[in-house]
Write a protein that binds this ligand. Structure first.
Ligand code: UDP
Ligand code: MG
Length: 315
């Protein structure tokens, strides 16, 4: 193993063919200006648009580019995980390949790392070129996660960050399948600090994070770092039981007094539907946790690699 690399830049790539050359150029210029040895770990997350070839070409021209090529699409968080597995640097920088995270900001992250911080996360002070829907769901998402989860995940912070070797060593041993890396790196602890930056618009192409994937990530964040949904189910259980305990004597007294107020099927139907709903939702929530437990129990590798640098395969 080459122990002389100071910085590893890790970028997940899923169909980013038009971004790759520009991304490489800007990262190279920025990293060269640090005056330290660096490497660029490009994880191809099952691209189908020729990005894979582009990555291979780069690696052939510049030995500092190390390609990790997946056998299929495993998702963004898993791709970053693989990148961290293969990184050899003393500090790793996680960055998107679509140039929304400006590579120049890496220098700000590095400056804080040199001051002795082990986690330096980039905070989105502004976002450009994103839809109203994306921005508002993101804002809501960060605030909800902050309130619900047990670890304090900084607001408006994506995966763009610098992690010290010490932190990555811990994270690489956390092999949970449904990953939320921001949560994991907050969970680890150490000295953490944020640096503000302007999130740019995409250089080329379209987002690879449709609503479905965002929802999945949000669910992973909530279930991975809290029991909140289960507690909500418990709360509804107690609330329904409480209403019943009050309602029963009230209805009995009204009936004895000759009132017809609660005769009729509508009230029964509503009560049954309401409780049925609450129960099914609770079952679904339970199912989310049980399903995750099942996935962990199977113990499958997190990803399958088709081509690894120096062909040292990890899973
Ligand atoms: N990405 C990936 N696998 C996926 C989806 C996305 O590796 O299944 C990569 C993508 O190529 C990009 C980064 O993850 O480099 C962030 O994705 P994107 O820009 O689409 O997300 P957004 O910025 O819109 O939230
Ligand atoms: Mg993006």
């Amino acid at each position: 193993m080459d122990k002389t690399v100071t910085f590893s830049v890790v970028a997940p790539i899923y169909n980013e063919i038009d971004n790759i050359p520009e991304f490489y150029r800007r990262v190279r210029d920025v990293m060269d200006s640090t005056g330290e040895p660096w490497e660029l770990v490009l994880v191809d997350d099952g691209s189908t648009d020729g990005s894979t070839e582009r990555i291979r070409e780069l690696a052939a021209d510049d030995k500092r580019v190390r390609p990790v090529i997946f056998a299929r699409n495993f998702g963004h968080q898993i791709a970053v995980t693989a990148g961290l597995d293969y990184s050899r640097g003393q500090a790793m920088v996680i960055i998107d390949a679509d140039l929304q995270d400006p590579p120049e900001t890496i220098l700000d992250l590095v400056a804080k790392w040199r001051e002795g911080y082990e986690v330096v996360y980039a905070v989105r002070a502004e976002r450009e070129g994103e839809t109203w829907f994306k921005k508002s769901t993101a804002t809501l998402f960060y605030r909800m996660i902050y309130r619900i989860t047990d670890v304090k995940i900084p607001l408006d912070t994506g995966d763009f960050r610098l992690l010290d070797r010490k932190v990555v060593d811990v994270m690489n041993n956390m092999r949970e399948r449904h990953r939320f890396l921001r949560g994991m790196s907050a969970w680890v602890g150490f000295r953490q600090i944020g640096v503000e930056y302007r999130r740019a618009a995409r250089f080329a192409g379209e987002t690879k994070y449709p609503f479905r994937k965002m929802l999945k990530l949000a669910l992973n964040a909530v279930t991975g770092f809290s029991y909140f949904p289960l507690q909500v189910a418990t709360f509804f259980g107690f609330a329904s039981a409480g209403i019943a305990i009050v309602a029963i004597p009230v209805v009995i007294v009204l009936r004895v007094a000759g009132s017809q107020q609660f005769a009729g099927q509508a009230t029964t139907l509503i009560a049954v539907l309401f409780l049925g709903g609450v129960q099914l939702i609770s079952l679904g929530i339970l199912g989310e946790y049980v399903g995750r437990l099942y996935d962990e129990a199977k113990g499958r590798p997190l990803y399958v690699v088709r081509e690894a640098p120096e062909d040292e395969r990890k899973t």
